[in-house]
Ligand binder design. Structure first.
Ligand code: PHE
Length: 342
């Protein structure tokens, strides 16, 4: 009896081999172990009849259990092999490979960097400020009257009594002048927030690029020449600029600058709404009250400031028709600009 049980154990030792077998080997194993004529286990089972009842019961039970185990292992391996074969059939190895996507800077980041680079070449450094601002920095230090409509909760996103999401990047003028005595030349990109609803040209959050230059002897000529220079660098050397009177509480005089349309060269097209001009930025000479609010001597120092919409610049540059495209992260849009950034 001991011999029989030992040979059953020997057969059980073949289980790992079954789990590894290929299809052909599996067929051989099935015959070798369970084959009706010469199977090793079959041979043992055949001997059972010759044993006395006591021994037959013990060995019989063990042999039947092992038979079940071997059958299950063989079947499991058959299924596993079928699955592997199916997977391979599903992979067409002759199909051309997909090339990996190249990442790139967001089109807006590319435009902001380009603007900042143009100004850096003429002495402006890049500065930033927080998106949550005090009413003082966002409005009052910039000479807004207390009843200005922008202070209304209908227009702006208030976070608390005195704190709001900045409605423009101009509060960074205040932060800069309070911490850095003139001469100052900075460009300040950043997100700003207004209670506008989304449409093709409006978004409740968008990006501005602010500029500020304060020094002794800065004149209106420096102001116009610097911005005209920027327009020609950004839109091309043939670009003409037009300044028209405007109003901002923190500049005096104030001016809006338009550039001749870079798409139609001023002849009139959908991008410039047939006017030949693109309104690009608001600007002006820094109001003396702003300088004084920051502790800068307005008798000694003068300066100019400007603010422009980064999405608008990118839309003109690339013919992008809808501001919402900047926020949707649709790869079909984004990929058109990938790989162009530095
Ligand atoms: N802050 C102004 C706006 O958001 C733009 C501006 C900036 C105008 C600097 C003049 C000087 O509309």
């Amino acid at each position: 009896m001991r011999d029989l049980l030992a040979s059953l154990d020997g057969l059980r030792g073949r289980l790992p081999e079954i789990a590894q077998a290929d299809a052909m080997h599996l067929q051989q194993l099935r015959t070798e172990l369970l084959g009706r004529k010469a199977g090793a286990l079959t041979a043992i089972l055949k001997q059972l009849a010759t044993l006395d009842p006591e021994v037959r019961r013990t060995v019989g039970a063990a042999a039947n259990a092992l038979k079940g185990e071997l059958e299950a292992a063989l079947d499991a391996r058959v299924r596993a092999l079928a699955e592997i074969a199916g997977d391979e059939a599903a992979h067409d190895l002759t199909m051309p490979g997909r090339t990996a996507w190249r990442g790139g800077l967001h089109v807006l980041t590319q435009v902001v960097d380009e603007v900042c680079d143009i100004f850096r070449e003429v002495g402006f450094t890049r500065a930033v400020g927080p998106e949550a601002e005090t009413e003082r920095n966002n409005f009052f230090a910039l000479n807004f009257p207390v009843d200005h409509p922008a202070l209304d909760a209908q227009e702006s996103f208030y976070l608390g009594d005195d704190v709001l999401l900045r409605t423009h990047t101009s509060p960074v003028q205040i932060r800069t002048l309070e911490t850095h005595p003139p001469p100052v030349r900075v460009v300040i990109p950043g997100q700003v927030y207004r209670r506008d609803t989304f449409d093709p040209s409006h978004s409740p959050v968008f990006e501005q690029i602010e500029g500020l230059a304060v020094d002794e002897g800065i004149t209106f000529v420096d102001f116009k020449a610097t911005l005209a220079y920027f327009a020609r660098r950004f839109f091309g050397p043939r670009t003409r600029v037009r300044f028209s009177p405007s109003f901002f509480p923190f500049t005096e005089p104030s001016a809006d600058m338009a550039a001749s349309c870079s798409v139609c060269d001023g002849r009139g097209c959908p991008t410039c709404k047939q006017t030949g001009w693109l309104e690009i930025l608001g600007s002006g000479m820094v109001h003396p009250a702003v300088l004084e609010n920051c502790g800068v001597d307005a008798e000694r120092y003068t300066g100019f400031a400007f603010g422009m919409g980064a999405q608008r610049l990118a839309m003109v540059r690339h013919g992008i028709p809808d501001i919402r495209l900047f926020f949707e992260s649709d790869v079909r849009f984004l990929r058109q600009f990938a790989g162009r950034g530095r």
